[in-house]
Design a protein around this ligand. Sequence first.
Ligand code: ZN
Length: 111
Amino acid sequence: MFCVKCGTRLPENDVRCPNCGWDLGELALSQRPEINNGMVGALLATLLCCLPLGLVAIAYSSQVAGKIAAGDYRGAEQAAGKARFWTWTAVLGGILFNFSGLMVLLHSPLL
Ligand SMILES: [Zn+2]
């Protein structure tokens, strides 16, 4: 992040410019990025696809809001990214699991 007044590079999470004293507090608050925590997808993946993998996605997803509140946007983005990754892993795992289950069922001598 850079100071909007003098362009000085600011320390991570700092809201006051060390060079010119410009207070970025208000601006930082208004410019807080909207980070999709992916919780809806994680919950759906958990319920519909693969419980253990979906739980990993939920765990990462639940970290996003806390990191945003702490001003750790990079950490929030990383947690959201991991949540998305595990959500899709759960979806693919669920599809493969259900598909193989279907194959077993179709080849079952019971049918
Ligand atoms: Zn400045």
